[in-house]
Design a protein around this ligand. Structure first.
Ligand SMILES: [Zn+2]
Length: 79
């Protein structure tokens, strides 16, 4: 499923939030440190979730804007 399809479906928010909550629980339970590499479009859609990760003491890093398939990109975008 491509980003646009995921965004339109509306299911990504529930999926991302649920998975992050599981990670926060497991990392907290086992007292592990972690870095969350997040996509910018997720940050824009779920800013409070990113704030929650930060409040739990985890490092946040960029994973780029989105997962764009190379063969679907125009040459000037790929550069
Ligand atoms: Zn990735």
């Amino acid at each position: 499923m491509l980003r646009g399809e995921i965004e339109e479906s509306g299911n990504y928010k529930l999926c991302v939030e649920r998975n992050v909550e599981k990670l926060l629980y497991l990392l907290g339970k086992t007292q592990q440190k972690g870095t969350f590499f997040v996509l910018e479009w997720i940050v824009k859609q779920l800013p409070l979730l990113i704030k929650r990760i930060h409040e739990h003491g985890y490092e946040i890093a960029s994973h780029g804007y989105a997962h764009e398939l190379v063969y679907l990109q125009k040459p000037h975008i790929f550069q």
